[in-house]
Design a protein around this ligand. Structure first.
Ligand SMILES: NC(=O)c1ccc[n+]([C@@H]2O[C@H](COP(=O)([O-])OP(=O)(O)OC[C@H]3O[C@@H](n4cnc5c(N)ncnc54)[C@H](OP(=O)(O)O)[C@@H]3O)[C@@H](O)[C@H]2O)c1
Length: 497
């Protein structure tokens, strides 16, 4: 294992949800595993007044609740917490950055952290500009004398193509591209990384991974939760910005991309950008999308309000909480293969999967009645929650007849490995400290994602707000979504029963 360099991580927005639920629990678990550098320190920066002690006390509770490594070991926690500090400041105030810089120098002296800096922007996007600018103007963005400076920027990266381009230009004023780590935590999931391993470390799948053998692909990102009190954010995002522009397109790109020349950050990202540039929505009928919004209903036996009744949501909102689309990938490997994607909130259950549906055999040898029972082969990459891979094929049922029944060959992470997978943020934080940007989104990649999404959003706007179909919370989406795929004589996979 490569030993990471000593460093200080500064978290902007440290009073927030992400810091408490994900970042600090991930750092604690990494420390408990001995994966972080010995000389490591954290500075939380935010506007709310806190002392080092009060900050540490609230983080202790978050770690007990959310860390992978449990139970929290008191000695390990105390050693970690003694390296956690808090700096109260305003994101746009130069004086506060001067204080932060002085504090970092003290920490270098106190903890031997060596001058390397990892800045984590964990605030809402309204303050991304101010933080990067102040880091630039204060000189803290500059990597000098063999010390590195890196910055992780959270999603959403831009609200549309123009704002993403503008944000890239702005950040590039102060940071070089190799210092910038745009995070999409989906890429930190073991099962997502396994897409590349599955495809490129095995000889038997790649030869059939193309238009000659694949009938269609379905990608589903279904959430059971609603908008969790984030009405204002969701109103300006919808599923298209919250899930499709980032996580879902990343899943699609990893599944569709060509093998890179080597397993190295730019080689992998070059291939992702290449395939993203080949993706377009099939708008041969209408605008190629179906938008839904959940009404009141029952999820996991509990009555839940509809989207319009959620706090912070306009009474006449037409924001989509469910979306289906058909993508096409215009290249030699995939020409003509439809990629059906759907994502929604308040679905019957939480599930993310990529299903590669293969073509039927070219000739049917069995009787008509038997042949009816034959289902196409499907290879399913289960991203969450039952992480694994399964292959569906037809098997002869025992007996003298020729009954054929679909069966599954299953691989699950939980039964194959006795080690719990690290949380996505653990992997990504460690990669960033090690300077490996393979699992982070490059500037041109994020823009290529927006280039796919922007015309769809513009199309909706041009229609004066595209039609929105209602579905009951706890149901798998609106009826129009079923009609959408049935027009192509296909059905959504039933993931619910
Ligand atoms: N939470 C998650 O699980 C999650 C997952 C994926 C991505 N993200 C992204 O990560 C970032 C942080 O998420 P979060 O859930 O931690 O956000 P959050 O709790 O809303 O905000 C983090 C902190 O930022 C400061 N802040 C909030 N609104 C601000 C504003 N308008 N202007 C200036 N400062 C503001 C607040 O600290 P002070 O008032 O003390 O300064 C707040 O505690 C967001 O961009 C989010 O989209 C979050």
């Amino acid at each position: 294992m490569t030993l990471p360099d000593n460093c200080v991580m500064v978290i902007f927005g440290a009073s927030g949800d992400l810091t408490h639920r994900k970042l600090i629990p991930a750092l604690y678990s990494l420390t408990a595993d001995g994966a972080l550098p010995k000389q490591f320190a954290v500075v939380g920066f935010a506007r709310k007044p806190k002392t080092d002690e009060s900050f540490r006390a609230e983080l202790r509770e978050s770690v007990s609740e959310h860390a992978r490594v449990k139970p929290v070991d008191t000695a390990a926690w105390e050693a970690f917490a003694s390296r956690v500090h808090y700096c109260q400041g305003d994101y746009g105030k130069p004086d506060d950055y001067a204080r932060l810089e002085a504090m970092l120098k003290d920490i270098d002296a106190q903890h031997g952290t060596g001058g390397n800096r990892l800045f984590y922007v964990a605030t809402p996007p309204e303050v991304y500009h101010a933080i990067t600018e102040q880091l630039g103007l204060s000189g803290m963005a500059r990597a000098e004398n063999g010390r590195w400076v890196r910055i992780i920027i959270e999603k959403p990266f831009g609200h549309d193509l123009n704002s993403a381009r503008e944000l890239n230009t702005h950040v590039h004023r102060y940071f070089a591209e190799d210092q910038i780590f745009r995070i999409d935590h989906y890429l930190g999931k073991e099962t997502v990384q396994n897409i590349l391993v599955f495809r490129f470390a095995n000889g038997i799948f790649e030869p059939i991974w193309n238009r000659r053998y694949v009938d269609s692909v379905q990608i589903t990102v279904a959430e059971e939760i609603g908008i969790e009190g984030r009405g204002a954010y969701y109103e300006s995002a919808g599923v298209i910005r919250d899930i499709v522009q980032n996580h879902l397109l990343q899943l699609l790109a990893l599944t569709a991309m060509e093998p890179p020349a080597e397993f190295e950050a730019d080689a992998v990202r070059n291939e992702k950008v290449k395939v993203l540039k080949a993706i377009r929505v099939d708008d041969s009928e209408g605008d190629g999308t179906v938008r839904g919004q959940y009404g009141p209903g029952k999820v996991a036996g509990q009555l839940v309000p509809g989207y319009l009744q959620e706090e912070g949501v306009a009474l006449d909102s037409t924001t989509e909480t469910w979306l289906a689309m058909k993508f096409l990938v215009d290249n030699w490997r995939w020409a003509g293969v439809p990629w059906y994607v759907r994502s929604g909130k308040r679905m019957p259950k939480r599930v993310t999967e990529i299903a590669i549906q293969f073509k039927m055999p070219p000739l049917m040898l069995f009787s008509k009645a038997t042949a009816k029972a034959i289902e196409p082969n499907a290879l399913v990459l289960n991203i969450q929650p039952d992480e694994g891979i399964s292959l569906k094929f037809g098997s002869k049922a025992p007996g003298s007849g020729e009954t054929i029944q679909p069966v599954k060959m299953d691989f699950t992470y939980s039964s194959a490995f006795d080690k719990a997978a690290p949380d996505a943020y653990e992997r990504l934080l460690l990669d960033c400290i090690l300077g490996d940007s393979t699992l982070f989104t490059r500037a041109d990649e994020v823009e290529a994602q927006w280039e796919i999404i922007n015309p769809i959003i513009d199309g909706w706007k041009a229609q004066g707000g595209a039609a929105i179909e209602l579905y009951r919370a706890g149901k798998p989406g609106p009826k129009e979504g079923d009609d959408f795929i049935r027009k192509d004589k296909r059905d959504w996979r039933n993931l619910w029963s």
